[in-house]
Design a protein around this ligand. Sequence first.
Ligand code: 1HN
Length: 359
Amino acid sequence: MTAPNRPSTLDDTGPPESAAERRYAELAAASAAPLWRHYGNLFSPEPKSRAVPYLWRYAQLRPHAVHFSESLSLEDAERRVLMLVNPGLQDPPATLNSLFAGLQIIMPGESAQAHRHTANAFRFIIEGSGASTTVDGEPVPMRPGDLLLTPGWRWHDHTHNGDGPMIWLDGLDYPLVNALEAGFFEQYGERLQRHTRPAGSSTEQFIHGRLNPVWRGDRGHHSPVGNYPWTETERALAAIADDAEGSAFDGIALEYTNPWNGGPVMPTISCRVQRLRSGFSGRPHQHTANVIFHVVRGEGTTEVDGVRMDWADKDVFAVPAWSAYRHLNPSRSDAVLFAYSDEPVFRTLGLYRSRAGDD
Ligand code: 1HN
């Protein structure tokens, strides 16, 4: 859509060697450009993401993850991650404009060596038992449904001492950090960190709600919680009355919070869990934030700009910025989604906008 008073960007009809074209060529050679030839591309009436709505089926990707777990060692791969690459964002690869999603697999007896990066990361555990992540010296256990945080610049390594494959969803903001040219990365030097803090201590100290340990000095930008265990998440969902109204857009949606300030878990990423009751028919809306969903359980449909995505257990799907979407659960059981978005970035910068689709 072009506004009527917008200067045309297609003003290339004159003879190629006209005086005007020579002038434009001289400008380009001087590393300058005429704004009037770029206006329409730089300023559109509304955002239009290069990313497209997309659904990655777990049943299709899991066998590939297992294949590489049998054929590629963790000595040869820093991390054994299948990147979920949006067809509109292949170079550099990303899932949405500012966010990444990947499926990581690690096998019994393996370890992924310690490193750190300025990108913020989390893991949402999909299947397996017996693995753990060590974050700045604290071993953090991993169980299905747990949300583990690895905020920027924290040392982290993964080890698996259980049985069978361990698979989780990795969420990172590296597309944003790299776009800001703020990416730093460092190897620890030794394969694994020494354990310098009691296992699970950050979770135990903070998870019981509104009573924070006053002696801890880590009141930074990030939540200090290592692991938001699924047992607690499920209790919180179950505590909401069956006839509670919930959100017209997102159903019974709960945000994981930073206990220091009640805000999002990390400055660039907000994480939520949402229960869509059987029969839920969400109101359509759009917002400037990008959202990636993972199906914890159940099945349903999300319509995004007219594209229909029928999702099932453990699938991942992406809703690009400013696309109009709604969730539907016509199935006979409740569905539970884990969702993460870059909403805090938009709010902090004064760029958050939303519109209900039926307004
Ligand atoms: C990374 O460091 C991990 O530490 C997972 O487990 C996924 C994707 C892109 C870049 C770095 C990890 C990643 C990643």
